[in-house]
Design a protein around this ligand. Sequence first.
Ligand SMILES: Nc1nc2c(ncn2[C@@H]2O[C@H](COP(=O)(O)OP(=O)(O)OP(=O)(O)O)[C@@H](O)[C@H]2O)c(=O)[nH]1
Ligand SMILES: [Mg+2]
Length: 218
Amino acid sequence: MKIQIVRDVLEANDQLADSIRGEAKKLGFTLINIMSSPGSGKTSLLESVIPELKKKGIRLAVIEGDITTTADAERIAILDIPVAQINTEPFGGDCHLGAEVIIPALQKFDLANLDLVFIENVGNLVCPAEFDTGADYNFVVISTTEGEDKPLKYPLMFRVCDTAIINKIDLLPYLDIDINKLKKNISQINPKINLMSCSAKTGENIPGIAQFIFNLVK
Ligand SMILES: Nc1nc2c(ncn2[C@@H]2O[C@H](COP(=O)(O)OP(=O)(O)OP(=O)(O)O)[C@@H](O)[C@H]2O)c(=O)[nH]1
Ligand SMILES: [Mg+2]
């Protein structure tokens, strides 16, 4: 008898993540995983970008990941799209979403009739970067209030992401941050990353970000 040993948790996660990407390809939907520190504006970005995507005819749904509460899911449900909440507290309060929790969340949706599913990961700039969710694209949101040095101090997040969105640019007049230095630090960690900036509050550059996401949809 041959016994297969799964070498580690990350290897098991990677296998599940690949199966999610295979299913998304087969069914024809795109999966985008949005990560950031707590409070950088992931939900706010979704709230501003989703109406634009709906206007373009995109059929979408959102998976919300939080340690506890359904607060973000309730904010998204107002936009009249399907939303599934994952709370990690019942299984140890994980600070990230692994592929094994994305699978049952996806099963709550009518996937054959969706073009795009967003994952809002647990607010954390470290752990979510280590676990492949099965997403086709990974986005990091970083707000102007976090300082220029975060890409250098938390490099893995910026390495695994295809796209970085600098949010809260409406606050620039009130902050000491040098946005060009922040952009330079992001590009230093990942020269290939797509770099955009916006204000989810005022709507500045939101149409451009919606168009960018529209172009990623299969
Ligand atoms: N001034 C300003 N405030 C913003 C902007 N985007 C979000 N906020 C505020 O920042 C706070 C956090 O925003 P959320 O969208 O809840 O952030 P989040 O990343 O989803 O937070 P978690 O899910 O808890 O990690 C809220 O008070 C928002 O109103 C922005 O562009 N400008
Ligand atoms: Mg949120």
